[in-house]
Design a protein around this ligand. Structure first.
Ligand code: NAD
Ligand code: 6OD
Length: 486
């Protein structure tokens, strides 16, 4: 069993109060790590270390020097690739191919891409006339915001945490990260990387613990935290926004979703089935961008339902490192209970269960893991709980539609607005529908295809602000104007 410590001012330290909590494997519920919980004074020490580093060693570097160090971080993640893969598999129980192809390489890319962007994006400049005819020149400079509080979730822990730490550091800020209590491992490992490449002490800090009355809340209430970037549930975002109001701190929020997939009858059928299968079931449905509402044009409805059923029934449950398996468990016993309660609600509300709806039979050594079946429903009204609320599990409801106008209204009839995936070979229609769907991110004939220079974020209750490319620079820096009389 591993002992996991906080990472404060370049040192791995136990919380001063001596409190710990346990991490169990999602795969078999065995104890895998004991984590030191940060108390109020530990969080204070981490924030003060970040504050001092911002004003000290980190603030003294030129952009080029910072960028070189961040390239070093990316290279060291790549060098220690297998350590990160193993840690993330242990934390989440998700298959090795998801780690090696998506989650860990993206962690390294999150440092490289934003290092490049900060080097290459100019600031604005305006010349203006003055009454004496000599004129004046205005130019903007970007300055870091200061200490950024980073609060991240468990579903793609390394990708989502570095997605914020990468640009925050590239812009010259320092960070205090509170990873999810469910997934403490890769964030802690990143502390080792920071030390080995020579990132100054205090630039990157990790505090472990929970939300309310624990590390998360202590961090968001700390007066020396200058801005908060958060990924997680909309409900948690509300609590954090209240904390950030004290002291007028800026926030960037990436929140929940209840995303629609729209499949027109003219779509490449096999590609659409494959795409929706990925968007509904990848990572056992624990992807904020995932599809839980599928709308399929009536002429292909029955055929599509049967084809997606075959995909759902084809998954191979097993340990992440087992090459024969391609499907993992949910993150925790608590989350499994939540997902199963939605499965029960769907049945009670009259769903036709096309497949799944329960727990798979697992071999004895995995039976205590948090496994649930990929599940497909049809026949529910749009008012049903599993059609309206985010389940965050491997499930979707499929509903037929008859016109473009109708499906746009169906897709938009939800409080969330994170992402959509649209499947059609009619390019004009694809553009038309994409422009009217009320979400931050739309994919056409694809899903989760990411260019890190693009704007990423949610509409409605799915978020506040945009990150990615120059949008991250907007959040992680403040532009100041300097006016020079010529
Ligand atoms: P969560 O909101 O329960 O927890 C996220 C983080 O917030 C954790 O580190 C948690 O400890 C912390 N936290 C909880 N309460 C807090 C408080 N009061 N103050 C400070 N910190 C607090 O979310 P989760 O269950 O870890 O993640 C799943 C959710 O995240 C889903 O709703 C999913 O859609 C969303 N998500 C959104 C995106 C996106 O990009 N929009 C990406 C991934 C996940
Ligand atoms: O790709 C990203 O940058 C990103 N933030 C993905 C979010 C995935 C949600 O589960």
């Amino acid at each position: 069993m591993q002992q996991i410590k906080n990472f404060i001012n370049g040192e791995f330290v136990d919380g001063i109060e001596g409190k710990t909590f346990d991490k169990y494997s999602p795969v078999d519920n065995n104890l895998i790590a004991r984590i030191s919980e940060a108390g109020k004074s530990d969080v204070d020490a981490a924030v003060r270390a970040a504050h001092a580093a911002r004003r000290g060693a980190w603030g003294a570097l030129t952009t080029d020097q910072r960028v070189d160090l961040l390239y070093g971080v990316a290279d060291e993640i790549t060098r220690r690739f297998e350590d990160f893969v193993a840690a993330e598999m242990a934390d989440t129980g998700q298959p090795r191919h998801v780690m090696t192809q998506v989650f860990i390489p993206r962690g390294a890319a999150n440092f490289k891409v934003f290092a490049d962007i900060i080097k290459n994006v100019p600031t604005e400049s305006f010349q203006m006339p003055t009454p004496d005819g000599r004129g004046a020149l205005n130019y903007g400079i970007r300055v870091p915001k200061g200490v950024i509080g980073v609060i991240s979730p468990w579903n793609a822990p390394f990708l989502l945490m570095t997605w914020k730490v990468g640009p925050a550091l590239a812009c010259g800020n320092t960070v205090v990260v509170k990873p999810s209590e469910e997934t403490p491992l890769t964030c802690t490992l990143l502390g080792e990387v920071m030390n080995s490449v020579g990132i100054p002490k205090g630039v990157f800090n990790v505090i472990h613990g929970f939300g309310p009355a624990s590390a998360g809340e202590y961090l968001t209430h700390h007066p020396l935290v200058d801005a908060i970037t958060f990924t997680g549930e909309t409900r948690t975002g509300t609590a954090i926004m209240k904390a950030a109001a004290e002291g007028m701190r800026d926030v960037s929020f990436e929140l929940g979703g209840k995303n629609a997939g729209i499949v027109f009858a003219d779509a490449d059928f096999d590609a659409a089935v494959e795409g929706i299968s990925r968007s509904s079931f990848l990572n056992s449905g624990q992807v904020c961008l995932g599809t839980e509402r599928v709308y399929v044009e009536r002429p292909i409805f029955e055929r599509f339902v049967q084809a997606l059923k075959a995909k759902a029934e084809g998954v191979k449950f097993g340990r992440p490192e087992d090459h024969h398996s391609n499907y993992g468990p949910l993150i925790s016993a608590e989350h499994k209970q939540k997902v199963l309660s939605y499965y029960a609600k769907a049945a009670a509300e009259g769903a036709t269960i096309i497949t799944g709806g329960g727990v798979p039979e697992m071999p004895a050594e995995l039976a205590a893991g948090h496994w649930v079946q990929p599940t497909i429903w049809t026949g529910l009204p749009e008012t049903a709980s599993v059609v309206r609320e985010e389940v965050f599990g491997p499930c979707c409801h499929i509903c037929p539609f008859d016109s473009e106008e109708q499906v746009i209204n169906l897709a938009n009839d939800n409080d969330y607005g994170l992402s959509t995936t649209i499947w059609t070979t009619n390019l004009a229609r694809a553009h038309r529908v994409a422009a009217r769907v009320e979400v931050g991110i739309t994919w056409i004939n694809s899903w989760f295809l990411r260019d890190l220079r693009t704007a990423f974020g949610g509409s409605k209750q799915s978020g506040i602000g945009r990150e990615g490319g120059v949008h991250s620079l907007e959040f992680y820096t403040e532009t100041r104007n300097i006016c020079v009389k010529l």
